[in-house]
Design a protein. Structure first.
Length: 329
């Protein structure tokens, strides 16, 4: 297989996601302007016992909202804050959003009352967002164009922000990479779907190169990443840090869709979950037993579903008209 063929295979999944992102962010940006008055200031906080999400309902599309964890189908609180992607943990929120009146995007750091404390320009279309359990580190993924190795088509770029030091990593592509125990260099690195551990500097993410989409473990202080396993995308570390929920390309081919699965980090055992529909999302753990994710229903509308993390049971509708779920313990 020549280099060009390997590169085309490597970006197949990225391109499929990118096409969806272009439509999604474009619709989100336009409609967020139309619903700027929706929601109530102070209605949503990052206090515990709630499930945070991005609303896809017509009346408040794009607005950060929440429901009681004990009654996720019940009454929702809707804020005035609009995001294309949202997540929160440890009293800190991350909001990826269009800049007002512009065609560019930014990362907004939110405090526990959803007040913006910091803004960082983003180059690319927002796609994934995560916050570390202690609320001190944030990560994002965007789609970008212009990388020479793929003829200017879409590729991904992941960055991180450490609020304790205000240190920003605009891309993980500059980190030293080890593949299967050996130093590795390539022009086609893509990173996405960062998930943090409780240990400072340590994280997991997806790295693609050639025809592989690896689960990698990273150290932001040492600026290194090492591969752990192939065919793992959009990892999400469980609260007890023993397992990773992720989307796995069916038969190793993203063109066939993705299956939500759980990897036991100690044993290496993989458990496909009861959800058999195509899930193109970074899963979110509600607790150590349950994984949540968004499924699109029609253009601009999604629902959040949940499924047991041990492969038993069946998917259940958790929050209608919602995406970007985050549990607030």
């Amino acid at each position: 297989m020549n280099t060009r063929t390997r590169v085309l295979i490597a970006v197949t999944g990225v391109l499929a996601l990118a096409a969806a992102a272009v439509i999604y962010v474009g619709v989100a940006g336009a409609r967020n302007q139309d619903t700027a008055s929706a929601g109530t200031s102070g209605a949503v906080t990052l206090e515990g016992g709630r499930l945070l999400f991005r609303s896809t309902a017509d009346a408040d599309r794009g607005h950060v909202s929440s429901v009681a964890a004990a009654d996720p189908g019940g009454a929702r609180a809707v804020s005035t804050v609009s995001c294309a992607r949202v997540y929160a943990a440890g009293g800190t929120g991350i909001c990826l959003r269009p800049e007002t009146g512009l065609t560019t995007y930014q990362l907004a750091v939110l405090d526990s009352k959803l007040a913006v404390t910091q803004e960082i320009p983003l180059v690319g279309l927002p796609n994934r967002a995560r916050v570390s359990p202690d609320g001190r580190r944030l990560a994002w993924t965007v789609f970008v164009t212009g990388d020479s190795y793929n003829g200017g088509r879409f590729s991904t770029r992941a960055g991180t922000l450490d609020l304790t030091t205000d240190s920003v990593e605009g891309t993980l592509e500059d980190f030293a990479v080890t593949v299967e125990g050996k130093p590795y260099k390539a022009a086609d690195f893509n990173f996405w779907g960062v998930t943090f551990t409780r240990q400072p500097n340590r994280f997991y993410a997806t790295m693609s190169t050639g025809s592989h989409r690896y689960l990698v473990e990273g150290d932001s202080a040492a600026r290194t990443v090492k591969t752990l396993r192939d065919n793992v995308e959009c990892p999400s570390l469980s609260p007890d840090e023993t397992r990773i929920a992720y989307k796995s390309a069916i038969d190793g081919d993203p063109a066939k869709g993705w299956r939500v699965s759980v990897l036991d980090l100690a044993s290496g055992t993989v458990t496909p979950l009861a959800e058999t529909r195509n899930v193109d999302d970074q899963p979110a753990w509600l607790d150590d037993r349950t994984v949540a994710y968004a499924l699109p229903r029609t253009q601009g509308h999604s629902d959040v579903w949940a499924v047991p993390a041990d492969g038993t049971g069946a998917p259940r509708l958790l929050i209608p008209e919602a995406e970007s779920p985050a549990a607030l313990p």
